[in-house]
Design a protein around this ligand. Structure first.
Ligand SMILES: Nc1ncnc2c1ncn2[C@@H]1O[C@H](COP(=O)(O)OP(=O)(O)O)[C@@H](O)[C@H]1O
Ligand SMILES: N[C@@H](CC(=O)OP(=O)(O)O)C(=O)O
Length: 551
């Protein structure tokens, strides 16, 4: 469940909420903000006087990162190798849908071989729905009893899929059999312990990527293309120990580059790397990077090796104007900036992992989103900047199942103190508002907030994010509100992101899909909106900074 918060207080001050929100002038009576996916971050500067580096780290791993950075090799692996011939040109990541069957694996191999001029590093996700099946199997194991663990339906599905795939690809089944046996043992262990910790969960789901990459590497070798399988957690993907949501640490970049380059120099072979996985720096245990984390694996490799391009191959023709499962007339967006793509991902567009743009942006490496089912489609290219002069709206993102907190000051504290206290409650409970996972956690927040405020909790809300050129916010809002007014929809909260590419509206969840469809029709299907941009602007033309809508 996600959450958004609205704070009411009595002050006239400039208010900066968090990463995603701009500095907002507060109205005397109310201030609105949506606090969204914002793992607690600190800026950490490390330098020796002549140079320094700054990096974002989670609060919980601040100490760990300092140590990891200190232990990091001083030399920059890429610079050190500037004299060398560039060994790799791009990274190509294929998601679960791209490698769902033996047939798909063959097609992906053909696709890779269709670009002989490229020297790629390949990143793979687990086959099809394997990650979901592993998680379901783990949950069933908790309560099914040891003697029934081998009969869990999802285990059979996983076994059957992988054994069928090796058979169809005519490769040695021993590539997968020992893993499948180990998986069954693990499920028995979970059944015995009757618990599934986050650490075990990560170990459990790691089987998906470990299996798919081994099968694919074996297949390439079988058809005469030299390939080498790598488990990311063995080649330097170092993360925080936040199981199920590990954060990549800086030490990863030189370590991964060194390993991949060294191996290539000794014995050239296409690297086939497990997406999604890492190794916790303190525990040494397998971690995962959050669902869809293979995109982040790919961009991390792209930055580590200083590649020319990062390609993420999906089952859609690129990033689309909205989720095609919500509205099927969504169309590809040819160009995006890193900011737009990051915002889109942060606000819930499943097509990209929320953190995946960070390494690409830092390394200034273009990311191309392509369709492995339709390689001829141009896809989407994501770069640092693009011509925005004719851009009004780029994409519409829907995030469902949001809980809205309405927080009104009881005036027990001064204005400044009130806001500080509200934020400290979220901080103390280690909750970044958009990632509140259970209602139990929310109860806790409400309990604490009620000591200083009147709190209203509204479930069943959705966030519709309008990603585009917020320089034209008035035009976007005018049109959006017209559409929603026509449909009789009440917008309950509105907020603008600091990145200047996002306006978010909160509406009732059960009305949200209809809103997305209506907004899509108006923004993308009713003529060129950019024509309106030539109309003279009234006022100073500066974009909207804040607005609060009362329901
Ligand atoms: N704006 C969007 N553009 C494209 N796809 C989107 C968008 N929003 C959501 N999606 C969903 O994301 C899916 C692709 O992402 P994902 O399943 O993670 O790919 P993969 O597993 O291949 O990496 C699409 O099938 C689509 O349903
Ligand atoms: N297999 C993992 C990681 C991943 O990135 O998958 P995909 O690329 O299929 O979204 C998951 O399902 O979350």
């Amino acid at each position: 469940m996600a959450a958004a918060a609205r704070v009411r207080c009595h002050c006239n001050a400039l208010f900066t909420s968090h990463r995603n929100s701009s500095t907002l002038p507060i109205s005397p009576s109310r201030v609105g903000f949506t606090a969204l996916k914002c793992p607690r971050k600190f800026l950490l500067s490390i330098g020796d006087g002549s140079s320094s580096c700054t990096r974002n780290v989670s609060g919980s791993c601040l100490k760990g990162t300092v140590r990891a950075v200190m232990e990091e090799e001083k030399t920059d692996v890429i610079k050190e190798r500037e004299g060398d011939e560039k060994r790799f040109t791009c990274v190509m990541k294929f998601g679960g849908s791209s490698v769902a069957t033996a047939e798909r694996m063959r097609e992906v191999a053909d696709l890779i071989l269709a670009f002989p001029e490229e020297s790629p590093v390949i990143v793979l996700s687990a086959m099809g729905k394997t990650t979901n099946n592993l998680l379901l199997a783990g949950e069933k194991a908790v309560s099914c009893g040891v003697s029934n663990a081998s009969e869990i339906e999802e285990l059979s599905v996983i076994k059957e899929l992988h054994l069928r795939t090796v058979k169809e690809l005519k490769i040695d089944p021993s590539v997968v059999t020992s893993f499948l046996e180990e998986l069954e043992q693990l499920l028995k262990g979970i059944a015995m312990m009757k618990e599934l910790t986050l650490r075990t969960r990560d170990y459990l789901v790691s089987f998906g990527e470990c299996l798919s990459t081994r099968i694919f590497a074996a297949y390439l070798n079988k058809i005469g293309v030299k390939a080498r399988q790598y488990d990311a957690f063995e080649i330097g993907f170092i993360t925080t120990d936040d199981f199920t949501n590990g954060d990549i640490l800086e030490a990863t970049y030189p370590a991964v580059a060194k390993r991949l380059y060294d191996d290539w120099m000794h014995d050239p072979a296409i690297p086939i790397v497990t997406g999604f996985l890492g190794k916790g720096w303190k525990t040494g245990a397998i971690t995962t990077l959050g669902r869809g984390g293979s995109d982040l694996t790919a961009t991390t490799i792209g930055k580590a090796l200083g590649l020319q391009e990062i390609q993420v191959w999906k089952d859609v023709d690129g990033v689309l104007t909205c989720d095609p499962t919500i509205y099927k007339r969504a169309t590809p967006v040819p160009f995006l900036t890193f900011d737009e793509a990051a915002e889109l991902a942060y606000f819930g567009a499943q097509v990209l992992h929320p953190q995946s743009m960070r390494p690409a942006r830092e390394g200034e490496i273009p990311v191309r989103v392509k369709n492995s089912y339709n390689p001829k489609a141009p896809g989407t290219i994501i770069t640092k900047t693009r011509d925005m002069t004719k851009t009004v709206l780029t994409s519409i993102v829907l995030k469902r199942n949001v809980t809205m907190l309405d927080i009104a000051s009881t005036r027990m504290l001064g204005q400044v103190g009130f806001l500080a206290k509200v934020f400290s409650i979220f901080e103390d409970l280690e909750i970044s508002v958009d990632v509140v996972a259970t209602s139990e956690e929310l109860d806790h927040v409400v309990e604490e907030l009620e000591k200083i405020a009147v709190v209203n909790l509204s479930k069943g809300r959705a966030i519709i994010s309008l990603i585009g050129n917020v320089q034209h916010s008035s035009l976007i809002l005018e049109r959006a509100f017209h559409v929603l007014w026509t449909k009789g929809i009440n917008v309950q909260m509105i907020s603008q992101g600091a990145s200047k590419v996002n306006i978010s509206l909160i509406v009732n969840d059960d009305e949200a899909e209809g809103c997305v469809e209506a907004l899509h029709k108006s923004f993308f299907e009713s003529g060129d909106l950019s024509e309106l941009l030539i109309q003279p602007r009234l006022g100073n033309g500066s974009p909207l900074r804040t607005m609060q809508v009362e329901n």
